[in-house]
Design a protein around this ligand. Structure first.
Ligand SMILES: [Zn+2]
Length: 191
């Protein structure tokens, strides 16, 4: 038996828990639209028979515009430009909404953008930290050294490293002093 029901069919079951997720909204409005098919054998032939056919929707509007606001329709496709602007706090939610609307014809809510932003920023942080850690590990494996310090609130104070080649140079020419600084290249706001 196969039953096709309207997405806005059954009402959401009453929540019996202590209300851990109290603000869940639901599209379920008890719309009765439904088609039920049953497999039956007649004269040795298997057939699908329609046993229920209720084609009319009630309690909600129908149409392509309504479909766009369903959660699964509001997931934007992966897009490098989108990921970049999501990571920029200076780009407003409205601009992001407009961009997705124009490029993918999808409607995003403010809450969608908030969630997408959180994911993108979290992803950046993890990969950035991992990359730095990996780099320092490589330096050490190749015969160099590194050290770092964190303060009481676990903020990174500094990272210092010396590669094997640098170590060899400084051992061979201890009288040479090299000063190297970075200037206005700090995209990660490290101080
Ligand atoms: Zn319906």
């Amino acid at each position: 038996m196969v039953v096709y029901v309207c997405k806005q069919g059954d009402r959401r079951q009453k929540c019996t828990s202590s209300g851990v997720r109290p603000n869940q909204r639901s599209f379920k409005v008890g719309c009765p639209a439904k088609i039920r098919l049953v497999a039956v054998e007649e004269n040795g032939i298997c057939q699908l028979r329609v046993t229920t056919c209720h084609l009319y929707h009630s309690n909600h509007p129908v149409g392509p515009e309504i479909m766009k606001v369903f959660p699964e329709m509001r997931k934007p496709d992966s897009d490098n430009t989108l990921n970049k602007i999501l990571a920029l706090p200076s780009v407003s939610a409205r601009d992001i909404q407009q961009y997705v609307q124009e490029t993918q014809n999808k409607v995003l809510f403010n809450s969608d953008i908030h969630n997408l932003r959180r994911k993108v920023v979290k992803g950046l942080d993890v990969s950035e930290t991992e990359r730095i850690g990996q780099q320092l590990k490589t330096v050490e494996e190749e015969g160099g050294k590194f050290m770092f310090a964190i303060n009481d609130t676990s903020e990174l104070q500094y990272v210092a490293f010396i590669t094997k080649t640098m170590l060899e140079s400084i051992t061979t020419y201890p009288e040479v002093l090299v000063l190297d600084v970075t200037y206005q290249t700090n995209v990660n706001n490290m101080t």
